[in-house]
Design a protein around this ligand. Sequence first.
Ligand code: ATP
Ligand code: MG
Length: 309
Amino acid sequence: MQKITVALLSGGISSERDVSIKSGNEVYKALDKDKYHVIRYDPKTDLAQIVAEHSTIDIALIIMHGPYGEDGTIQGLLDLLGIPYQGSGVLASAVAMDKLISKKLYEKEGLTVPPYMVIDQNDYHHAKDSIRHLGLPVIIKPVKGGSSIGMDIVYSESDLSVSLENAFQYDRQVILESYIKGTEVTCGILGNNELLPLPLIEIVPNQGYRFFDYEAKYKPGATQEICPANIDDDLTLKVQECAIRAHKALGCRGCSRTDMIINDGEIYILETNTIPGMTPTSLLPQAAQAGGLNFSQLLDRLIELGMQK
Ligand SMILES: Nc1ncnc2c1ncn2[C@@H]1O[C@H](COP(=O)(O)OP(=O)(O)OP(=O)(O)O)[C@@H](O)[C@H]1O
Ligand SMILES: [Mg+2]
């Protein structure tokens, strides 16, 4: 059987470069070398090489997070070159990267999001009014980001400016969002036309972490990730339905992972990731494993869905 030539893209120039490189190494190890001829590219240095070699590539696996990886830009380049890739296209990738536009689409779909306000870097004198309106505590997050980079919880008005200045290092627009206390869950979705929701994972950062921040995400043992989540079947189905609606509202394809918080039976949508973390212990691969697909089989499925385009 002729091998499929896979261009494995990892690295890039976003603040999640390190995570992307680690994921890329794990994906490389797990790809079945009997089926795939794998060529690795780091878009930080290898864009010209991808262009030069495009006619030899059957599919690209984009294992990159954040701007210039998960936001539609690399997807646009691959479209121009006629290279299929796993997951969402240009528009859904760009939309999902933008937490403000995503919220508007979730709201239009009738999904619940935490109350929020947007603050622009050039005009943030009204930030204090916003937190009076939203109430404390508030979560601060850059509009375009990931891995909790630039995020904070603000408990008092006096801490606001330090957190905002930090967030503005990552984006010129920042969202202030009511802090929702509750059970945090994430739901992976696989499929193009028929969408398969994966088992839910409940996220419980250890004591000492105020939320699922960068360290809680990546330090081994810092967070309990309970799969399947300790949630009854009815609520599980509702949460999975919300994740499917979020995936469709943004126009995602192939795969996504939507983060949510459940409070008193209400399901709040936080965000949808179009290229979720991709090490064997990352959330989507764990959920796939619980749903019967090991890491190599998940990669096979993503490639198969990508080649269906
Ligand atoms: N409104 C909120 N109320 C309570 N906690 C929140 C809220 N928004 C975010 N969080 C916490 O912050 C974490 C990161 O938020 P979010 O998922 O929006 O950002 P992200 O950096 O894009 O995440 P990812 O790494 O999944 O891409 C959440 O997993 C959750 O623990
Ligand atoms: Mg998240």
